[in-house]
Design a protein around this ligand. Structure first.
Ligand code: FRU
Length: 485
């Protein structure tokens, strides 16, 4: 039995102590999901990057293990990925397949070689518990590029080669290799497309199934660093297109955002999910570089999002990445209230007591004629967060101005707006945990991921409507499964 925590996330990974940022080396191997992460063991702010390590059987409850990768003569350890070398392409595994981590070594440059950021390898023959750095490190560097980092590697069946996506300034460069050691340039993507409001970071290229048709497309995720975009800060864009083993071509010019909140950055997907499972599972760092170093927690700082299953949905001719929390999350909840045909009249508010350390809300809302309706999460008597739908503009707004501690950052209090495609009916699924709210709109079409720092998670939930009537046709409130209380 696990005790519920009121001052720590229950469903989201945090390090026991100190600072974390990007998820790294997400890989499934022998029944375990591995989560490595950018980690500073010495302090509660960014610096001296290591790879922390945790394992899980279900991606929700994690066991933190010893640090996997320490800085060395080539520098500190920045973001990267991990793969299973099933066929011993590296020669590291004469006996049994093992794990290879492909990561960035970062060294502050004093005009000498090797350059500031280079790619290196480490391998493990004991399920990721201990790691040996490859003696020929680094395996990939560049004479002039300063931003040259965050390698994400996968095995491309079609060409029988490893493919690396690498963040190279404001482009993504693809390299290929037969052995993870010798890398060849393939192509560079991104010059005249997408958002260029900051340096490009943490790419991930993978195939995704189109919901219901089974058709496949390639998706490229790209996080936008520095200060990110003006209203949002750090954020992640994605491109949908085709990859022929060498070149990625996007099939659209518009900019598409993976998340409409401020707190989902540097996310990437798991490698080596078994074929019979078939999911593409993603998780992100639940923070924003604009305030990540200041968020008001003590002894530990920052957390990961709930892992999400990604799929593509064709909406008005466009392929949109949709996301749902992984089904493993369901076992942490039990329904405490079912809602059927609940009418909420003009200016009415209906309040449900909750008072739990975490909860889930789900509702299909039919809007007859209301201008605005929404949900207020009353964390305490004085702390609340509102998710409001403005029917005349098709805008969903998340407002956390009064959600608790907000003074640490000016941007934190600003509303976050999401412009939707025209829809009279709205479906909301909201996961509320200590310090976070994740909203999934219209069956995963949009996600809004937000941190909040109230004094407690949630006392009551209020549904309201303004200038008109809405009907919650069906829905539920779920609270912690008793086995966790
Ligand atoms: C993204 C990032 C990566 C880098 C890492 C350093 O958040 O800036 O590009 O590898 O963090 O911690």
């Amino acid at each position: 039995n696990q005790k519920l925590q009121r001052y720590r996330p229950n469903l989201h990974f945090t390090a026991k102590r100190n600072w974390l940022n990007d998820p790294n080396g997400l890989v499934y191997f022998k029944g375990e999901y591995h989560l490595f992460f950018q980690y500073n063991p010495h302090d509660n702010v960014w610096g001296s990057m290591h790879w922390g390590h945790a394992v899980s059987k279900d991606m929700i409850t994690w066991e933190e293990l010893d640090i996997a990768l320490y800085p060395d003569e080539h520098g500190t350890i920045f973001s990267g990925s991990a793969v299973v070398d099933w066929n011993n392409t590296t020669g590291f595994f004469p006996e049994e397949p093992g794990l290879v981590a492909i990561f960035t070594h970062h060294k502050d440059r004093n005009g000498e070689n090797p350059p500031k950021q280079s790619q290196s390898l480490a391998y493990s023959s004991d399920n990721g518990r201990t790691w040996i750095k490859y003696k020929g490190n680094p395996v990939l560097f560049h004479k002039t590029k300063v931003d040259f980092r965050d390698p994400k590697v996968f095995w491309n069946m079609k060409t029988s080669k490893w493919i690396m996506s690498l963040a190279t300034g404001q482009t993504i460069t693809f390299y290929s290799s037969l052995n993870l050691i010798d890398w060849q340039f393939e192509s560079e993507f991104g010059e005249n497309i997408g958002s260029h409001d900051g340096v490009w970071e943490c790419p991930d290229l993978f195939k995704l199934k189109v919901e219901s048709t089974g058709e496949e497309k390639w998706v490229l995720l790209v996080s936008i660093g520095d200060n990110g975009i003006s209203e949002t800060g750090s954020c992640t864009q994605y491109f949908v297109g085709d990859f022929d083993g060498s070149v990625f071509k996007a099939e659209h010019d518009d900019i598409r955002w993976l998340d409409h909140g401020r707190d989902n950055y540097a996310g990437v997907s798991f490698s080596d999910i078994p074929e019979e499972d078939g999911r593409r599972i993603y998780l992100g760092w639940m923070s924003n570089w604009r305030y990540a170093n200041e968020v008001p927690t003590e002894g530990w700082r920052n957390q990961m999002t709930i892992p999400r299953k990604l799929q593509l949905r064709k909406i008005e001719g466009k392929y949109i990445v949709i996301q749902h929390p992984v089904a493993e999350l369901d076992t942490y909840f039990e329904r405490s209230r079912d809602i059927h045909d609940l009418e909420i009249n003009n200016s009415e508010t209906i309040v449900f007591e909750v008072n739990e350390a975490y909860l889930e809300l789900f509702m299909n809302i039919l809007n007859s004629d209301a201008d605005q309706f929404g949900i207020t999460l009353n964390h305490t008597q004085t702390h609340s967060t509102t998710i409001e739908y403005d029917a005349s503009n098709d805008v969903i707004t998340l407002n956390r101005e009064k959600s608790g501690k907000v003074e640490f950052s000016e941007m934190f209090s600003l509303e976050k707006r999401l412009k939707m495609d025209n829809s009279k009916n709205v479906q909301l699924r909201v996961i509320v945990d200590t310090f976070s709210i994740e909203v999934f709109v219209n069956d995963g079409t949009y996600a809004i991921t937000s941190l909040v720092y109230p004094d407690q998670t949630c006392e009551t939930v209020a549904f309201y409507s303004e200038s008109g009537k809405i009907t919650v046709e069906n829905g539920y409130i779920s609270t912690p499964n008793k086995r966790f209380t």
